[in-house]
Ligand binder design. Structure first.
Ligand code: XIL
Length: 346
């Protein structure tokens, strides 16, 4: 194929991908070649989350993260760290004492500080941007009742940003979340941004994960969110983009437990996408990239959540064992036709 994504977007924004372990350790050779050719930015899909970096208190495991960062440096990529403070993929020791009870605010603060300082310092000057806090706000604008929130209240957010900033004053710092177009959520995220700024704490960007489906969100509500964040004085990062081609199980009245009928309904395209579905899916990607280009002055980076359909987490989320087609490269590591169409848009 002719052009590459990296070349097409070089004067617009970084174009990135998440890297899974088989790509970081080099066994998924074809995907690694695609990453080198096509992308200017990388983020680790899992290996820099707290349960992997610090599985036990004080026992850090950096082998995979080091390989990931070395790959990015070697290939002159904009490297993103994901993620410092998140309620999920968080080891239980982080917020409990020897008896399994919640620790005091002072102890949790100390553990957060130690984790953030150790990790950010190790990659100082190499990792250029951090998802400092992930998924702290709900769709209705309230704070998620995570252990961080329960023990420290909303202060855990400014504290996390402060620790990250102290460890690497030159790294960009982001707040990252999903469904970041729900109006109440947009308002709450902007309020949080303003609060940080009023305390003199730097936040450079908001990350819109963008695990989207065929119909939701509408382009209008998604565009409004980009504009609103930008007006609040932060850059917008599209951090985990993929477009699931499968029906959304959210709100379905069907029973998610493994009934045969439900599995069939939720996994209709095991032998490939029908033409009309593929056409709709392509248009959806082109609509999104059209929007990113229209707002390129507001957007720092667009990152896909993976390279090929065969390794996408969407095959197992939110329902296990589906055959999804959400990414830009297929199960045989081939570039899909939509890639050259996206490149033409640029
Ligand atoms: C997902 C990974 O893709 C999976 O491999 C893992 O099992 C669970 O986490 N929001 C995030 C990402 O911020 O870290 C998540 O990644 C997807 C949702």
């Amino acid at each position: 194929s002719d052009g590459t994504l990296k070349k097409a977007f070089q004067d617009k924004f970084y174009i990135g991908t998440a890297m899974s372990l088989p790509q970081i350790d080099g066994t998924d050779k074809k995907a690694v070649a695609i990453i080198r050719n096509q992308f200017s930015s990388i983020v680790a899909e899992n290996c820099m989350k707290s349960m992997f970096l610090q599985p036990q208190e004080g026992k850090f495991f950096f082998d995979d993260a080091d390989k990931f960062v070395d790959f990015g440096i070697k290939n002159k990529m904009f490297i993103i760290g994901h993620t410092l403070v998140w309620h999920s993929q968080l080891p239980k020791w982080f917020f409990t004492d020897k008896n399994g009870k919640d620790v005091s605010p002072e102890v949790l603060k100390q553990r957060m500080k130690n984790h953030i300082t150790t990790v950010v310092s190790r990659y100082k000057g190499k990792v250029k941007g951090w998802d400092v806090v992930n998924e702290a706000i709900m769709e209705d604008g309230t704070y998620r009742k995570s252990k961080f929130y329960e023990i420290l209240g909303e202060d855990f957010i400014p504290l996390a940003f402060q620790y990250a900033q102290e460890a690497d004053p030159n790294a960009e710092l982001y707040y990252n979340d999903y469904n970041e177009w729900y109006p109440e959520k947009v308002k709450a995220v902007i309020k949080m941004v303003e609060k940080l700024k009023s305390k003199g704490i730097r936040i450079d960007g908001v990350g819109m994960q963008s695990h989207v489906g065929m119909d939701n969100p509408s382009m209008d509500e998604y565009e409004k969110a980009i504009v609103d964040y930008s007006n609040a004085g932060v850059k917008v990062n599209i951090t985990e983009l993929e477009i699931s081609a499968l029906p959304s199980p959210w709100g379905s009245s069907a029973n998610v437990s493994d009934t045969v009928a439900y599995q069939k309904e939720m996994n209709p395209y095991t032998k490939g996408l029908p033409n009309e579905v593929e056409t709709k899916w392509e248009k959806r990607y082109l609509d999104f990239f059209g929007l990113f280009l229209k707002h390129k002055d507001k957007i720092r980076r667009v990152t896909l959540w993976g390279v090929t359909d065969k390794q996408s987490w969407k095959n197992d989320f939110p329902v296990k064992g589906r055959t999804d087609y959400p990414l830009l490269f297929d199960r045989k590591d081939q570039e899909k036709p939509v890639v050259q169409k996206i490149i033409k848009l640029a």
